[in-house]
Design a binder for this molecule. Structure first.
Ligand code: GDP
Ligand code: MG
Length: 703
């Protein structure tokens, strides 16, 4: 039947015990009610009717519940009524003076996806407690109209009826199904998506019309015994339960806790996020452990310095702790080259010899040396993520991000970007607004990724004293962030003009991360790095080696030259030498020579190639006895100013191939990918030229 012309509608009251359901129910129905029992169980049910504008409204007072799991009879009855009888509207009565506890149920009703109106009851007590709720924002978040009521004084009843009728006639605000979804964190969301798509593909059309597949997936993962019965087909049921089992085991092994616990915790996190964002409270907040810690970590004054210190500690860790194992790997690679030299002295199969020693060991080996730093960076990121601190950092950043025109949530994909831009850009999917999403995506490569770390690790210690190195590295990262912030602000004020969309940030509880979760997260990323070194980097190193070694300069041209001159001549005669020389005029204003130019070309394929190629450039045509560490050679050939400019340029300019590809995919157009590539390259170029020219003028860092 057409919703507009419905003459009878059914509404059901749901809410925590003592939230005031029965009181409001009485306000609506007066004496037109009777008390019955739900069939088979001894749970009391009141039913009543009232008329409004010629519409007959049937009202059910469901038993009071704190949750919608099938754990108690009350919960089962309330849930089954909503799912099976499908009332036109669920009226969720909330005791506003106990908002956090009450919203826990509301969050589940929202996920259920049924049309809902919220009665924010006990408005008198809220006022007494000094609580103020942003009803409009809350309404948008929940996808439901919010009506303030005082049941015991029959206040707000008319407004409530109006909203209920409007909701049935589809005149009210959007439905919960259209509201932004609750996020359970990367890992759980990924598992939920697998289950949801299985349900949407094969499972029970009938049930899907009544509740959202996402809710079914959440319940399945929460190990709810009664949800599976909604799927009639035995085969489908089996398939779904296999997937649920698999997901559940995976999460369990990752976090060392049952998924139902994890989900409940995150749901509390969501509710806490709502309260932080939308409730102003003068009364004392409930001080559980997380709240107490949050009082410091998300404090307006202390929060940012604490964040800064944690970040600085991260860089310090990456630098100092990484140094020793880096030396071991360096030694190991040197040893390997030595062994090869011993059994395969120069002169036999010279070309192949050079390929193995200069191309492969010099190139790929030069990149592998930085593995310990990468591992440390990822351990630090994982620790920050898995303890729950990242969400706080995002919360802290919310004000700064708002100033930029973005939501604090954008900060999370950006943080991921410090590991690698590719998952960071994919992570922008948690942003529901396209303008926010594109802006975040476009500036994200300015978060200096793990692949750029080897470049800094090569350059910075070559030119800066040990006690300054961590500071310079920190500065590079900060510069990236500042440029990102400014670019985002400009984008948000011009191309992507519009209000930032408000939505809630989940604040999960703090937890001690399991060793396994840390290990898994670090290993995933390290494995990617190793795979990259063994495939793309290996291939590119070989190509770059060939371009750097050929064509060979005719021997007669080398007559009478010193060793150093021979090396120079050999290199400039080669293909890369020629390419570099063509580029040199453009690079010169930044203080770069053609040797650096060839390495920059390689860096587009993957940032680490820069390091590999510098290794190749400085070892081709070199006599063995003058073999020196690459850092020392750089220090001999360039000034600290050039070193800094190099780090700066590599930070900003030319996102790598993989980034371009993923931006094209996630934005749906080559246009954005290209705009980003050339935009960043231009900014990088201009800034580096300015820094180099100003530095030269002021005679900073030129010897
Ligand atoms: P139910 O368990 O949800 O059905 O809650 P009841 O309707 O039985 O209400 C519980 C108690 O709260 C009763 O004593 C009501 O009088 C009281 N109550 C209901 N609404 C309000 C309100 O808006 N303000 C105040 N102060 N008390 C209320
Ligand atoms: Mg009651």
């Amino acid at each position: 039947m057409d919703k507009q012309s419905k003459k009878t509608i059914t509404i059901a009251f749901a809410g925590n015990p003592n939230s005031g359901k029965t009181t409001i129910f009485n306000n609506l129905t007066g004496s037109n009610q009777h008390v019955g029992n739900y069939s088979g169980v001894t749970v009391e049910m009141r039913e009543g009717v009232f008329k409004h504008d010629g519409i007959e409204v049937k009202v059910i007072d469901l038993p009071g519940t704190y949750s919608l799991t099938a754990y108690s009879i009350e919960e089962t009855v309330a849930r089954n009524y909503i799912i099976n009888e499908r009332p036109d509207v669920v009226v969720n009565v909330i005791d506003g003076s106990n908002l956090e506890r009450n919203l826990f149920l509301t969050a589940q009703l929202k996920e259920l996806g049924v049309p809902m109106v919220v009665a924010l009851n006990m408005a008198d007590e809220m006022k007494q407690k000094g609580m103020q709720v942003d009803r409009q924002m809350l309404g948008k978040e929940l996808g439901a109209a919010i009506v303030s009521t005082i049941g015991s004084r029959n206040k707000g009843t008319k407004r409530l009826i109006r909203e209920i009728v409007e909701c049935v006639q589809n005149l009210g605000p959007k439905e919960p199904a259209d509201a932004p979804p609750i996020h359970y964190g990367r890992e759980i969301d990924a598992e939920l998506e697998k289950i949801t798509s299985l349900i949407t593909a094969h499972g029970g059309k009938d049930i899907q019309q009544r509740v959202s597949p996402h809710w079914l997936a959440v319940k399945l993962l929460e190990n709810d015994p009664e949800v599976l019965i909604y799927f009639d087909d035995e085969k489908v049921r089996h398939e779904i339960s296999v997937q649920v089992d698999h997901s559940s085991k995976r999460l369990q092994s990752l976090f060392g806790e049952e998924p139902e616990m994890l989900i409940a915790e995150q749901r509390y996190g969501y509710v806490r996020g709502i309260c932080r964002a939308m409730v102003q409270q003068t009364a004392e907040a409930r001080m559980d452990f997380s709240a107490r810690v949050d009082a410091v970590l998300t404090n307006r004054v202390l929060g940012l310095p604490v964040f800064g210190i944690l970040m600085y500690l991260t860089f310090w860790l990456v630098f100092t702790v990484g140094e020793a194992p880096m030396g071991w790997i360096e030694g190991g690679i040197g040893h390997l080259a030595g062994v090869i030299e011993f059994y395969w002295p120069e002169g036999k199969a010279v070309h192949l010899h050079s390929l193995v020693i200069d191309g492969i060991i010099g190139g790929v080996g030069g990149v592998l040396v930085f593995l310990p730093n990468i591992v440390l960076l990822f351990i630090a990121i994982s620790l920050l993520e898995d303890t729950g601190y990242m969400a706080r950092a995002a919360f802290l950043m919310d004000r700064m991000m708002k100033w930029v025109g973005l939501h604090g949530k954008s900060f999370i994909p950006m943080l991921t970007g410090f590991g690698c831009s590719v998952p960071g850009i994919m992570g922008t999917r948690i942003l529901d607004n396209r303008r926010d999403r594109l802006t975040t995506m476009l500036v994200l490569p300015l978060m200096s990724c793990g692949a750029r770390l080897p470049i800094y690790m090569l350059i910075i210690p070559a030119f800066f004293a040990r006690h300054n190195a961590a500071k310079v590295l920190f500065a590079i990262y900060i510069i990236g962030i500042l440029i990102a912030v400014l670019s985002a602000k400009i984008l948000r004020a011009t191309v992507f003009k519009g209000e930032p969309s408000p939505f809630v940030m989940e604040l999960p509880p703090y937890r001690v991360p399991t060793a396994r979760a840390i290990f898994t997260h670090v290993w995933q990323r390290v494995w990617l790095y190793l795979k990259k070194a063994g495939t793309i980097l290996l291939a590119i190193s070989i190509v770059m080696w060939a371009l750097t070694s050929y064509p060979k300069i005719p021997a007669e041209k080398l007559d009478g030259l010193t060793k150093h001159e021979v090396q120079e001549a050999t290199l400039s005669y080669s293909m890369t030498g020629r390419i570099g020389k063509v580029m040199e005029p453009v690079l010169k204003p930044m203080g770069f020579d053609w040797k650096i130019g060839t390495s920059l070309v390689g860096a587009f394929a993957a940032k680490e190639v820069f390091v590999a190629q510098m290794g190749i450039v400085y070892s081709v045509g070199e006599a063995d006895e003058e073999s020196k560490a690459l850092r020392d050679k750089l220090a001999d050939n360039y000034t600290p100013l050039t070193g800094f400019c190099l780090a700066l340029f590599c930070l900003i300019a030319a996102p790598c191939m993989a980034t371009v590809a993923v931006v094209r995919r996630e934005s749906g157009s080559w246009g954005w990918a290209m705009a980003q590539f050339w935009g960043l390259t231009l900014i990088g170029y201009i800034l580096t030229v300015i820094v180099y020219q100003a530095g030269s003028l002021l005679r900073l860092g030129i010897h």
